[in-house]
Design a protein around this ligand. Sequence first.
Ligand code: ADP
Ligand code: ZN
Ligand code: ZN
Length: 756
Amino acid sequence: MPPDQPTQRDLFDHRPAWEEDDVRRGTIATVVLPDGIAKPLDYLVPEALAAAVEPGRRVRVPLGKANQMRLAYCVAVRSDELPQQPLKSIAGVEDDRPLLSRRMLDLTEWMAERWMARWGEVLEAVLPAGVRFRQQGRISPLLVASGLASPRSPTPGQARVLAAAMEPATAEQLAAASGASRAVVARLVKTGHLREVGSVEVARSARGQRAAIVHDRPAALSPAQAGALAAITGCMRESRHETIVLFGVTGSGKTEVYLQAVEETVSYGRQAIVLVPEISLTPQTCDRFRARFGTVAVLHSHLTPAERHAQWREIAAGRVNVVVGARSAIFAPTPRLGLIVIDEEHESSFKQATAPRYHAREVAEWIARAERVPLVLGSATPALETFARCLSGEWRMCRLADRVGGAELPAVITVDLRERGARSRGAVSPRLAAGIRWALDAGGQVMLLLNRRGFATHVQCQACGHAMNCPQCDIALTLHQPGSRGICHGCGLVTRVPADCPECRSPGLVQRGTGTQRLEEQVRRTFPDAAVARMDTDTMRSRGSHERTLDAFRDRQIDILVGTQMIAKGLDFPNVMLVGVVNADAALHLADFRAAERTCQLVTQVAGRSGRGPLGGRVVVQTSTPDHPAIRAAAAHDYEAFVRSELPIREALLYPPYGHVIRFVVRGADERRVAEWAGTLVDRLRAGAEPMAGGVRVLGPAPAPIPRLRERFRWHLQVHGPDGPALRQLVQRATAGLKTPDGIAWIVDVDPVEML
Ligand code: ADP
Ligand code: ZN
Ligand code: ZN
């Protein structure tokens, strides 16, 4: 009989597949490596480990021909037929409980797809280092101990400590209760006779919570505030997700709405995450939340891994209801999440600059949708992406048009720097100087914004035109005083600026452009009676200096505060009567399609610092392009006018929010090879884009705006298109299996916010 004819036995007498001898079933775990291989891998779960292998825990697996042991995240476990090729077995389990919930695993998988990152690197990014280390036996210094077994021959001190450790207590409490020293306690932790079970720092303040909750609460909300709050609490009551945008000028009471929304959340026994830009994570912001809620976990970048881990555990245990933090606080393990707030949602710091290059706003939306809780985005200058989603009806916009208490927005005076005489007194025009004098005479304070630190922004030879550049980067050296140091703001390299031109030996080196140092010096000279301070990354290096300067400014020990964008954000000083923007167009001409948006946002934000008190205020904006829509809108306190003028431009060019961008940056020491590789990428992308539906463009390759950094040449290219997923697919296909030549590194940035 020909073999393709079924027999009777085949038709009626066959045994089901699962009974066949050669088909075996088993438990298979899918694991993801933190680095190296991007693809999830399957391993057999041995019988002995069956109970311990579960999604979210890390396991040890043999890898490669040498069966080198690697840590990997278990992301799924299934009972299945075993494949023909025998699977390797999991060798061990690292964690005694899952580090990641099912939801976090789903989220990280989505993030990996959304921002073209490896799942493993996303998993590493969402878990703080302290959480990962802890499981490898490190001890958190914040410690609550509970007694375990006794040492074989305890010293009297040890015996007393163990007797006292029947209930959880801190190391200090144990030492005090037993009369033993801290060292004895520490020794017992080390030998494993005491076990750390959690941190007490937060738990202790939890008791003060109720008493503090009504502090500083205004008697009534304005109608606009009440409307916004009702929109948020309405969602909460219905367990419904909605993204609500609070579009309100500085001082319109947005923070008060967040506070009351968080109060409502906490009253339901649920948790809230409040994200703020790192730069706003000032004591001022934190105090406001602490004053209202007592127990607040503050997650900022200066926490040690152990501190962060301690906070993480308190949050996971549900002992902290309010989490305030920068970008990565969105991953706080809240078991009872009820609300997410993002303040200053337009800030570019919500996008991570290193892989995985995620945007916290979108991560927050994913989580809020999954948890069916409201997401609140607040800003005086919402990102155009945010604005567009409100215009399309997807998100709801609540406007807080006026300042609380009806305070007037400050009058804005624009000084045209092209006019003769505007620059006669250095960086401060006569009209800005007059404004400063006016404010000081009225007993008010002054803030001067200049987004360039250092003394002079470049040094140039008058004879031959030679400009002093960083030897490692194509970036002009910034002159810092004292000491005539040339500092590269790209790589940090410090060199001495010579007296004579290194090219032509003539002594005519001139210092051009004004940085905050020189501005401070000029201001001191012009206003010798005023107390002047400067706030930029140069003066704010030591821990606490930021707070000290702001406290001194609030106490009015400082009359004039000179600073970079650091002074523009989130500060509320009612006595500021004059804000001066020294060079509004500093960032306007950067090769970045968001340059105008950023400029309008920065000038609007800093202008909002003026006139918060009863004496009113003014703003002086110095600019060489007073007619630019970004400057005009900021000067008129009419951000929406800018949005109206900018959106059609973005639409015509298919830029975000109407299109998507994926940017590649190629780096290497050999410029020719960097350019070649960028060209290869462009060719492959163009070939892939051809059969696609219209609107996909590949731009480049070209040298990046910073063409050389730390001795590496930089080229970039961009892919634009109307459909995000299709664009990612194009990139995926065009780059799959590509072997990068030696000496070349390249990155892919999906929906980039930095274009330098
Ligand atoms: P924003 O966050 O929009 O800048 P804030 O919430 O900080 O505004 O409010 C500005 C100031 O007004 C704060 O000092 C705040 O305490 C106060 N404030 C807010 N809402 C009210 C209100 N309804 N009644 C009285 N004062 C309020
Ligand atoms: Zn010269
Ligand atoms: Zn450099």
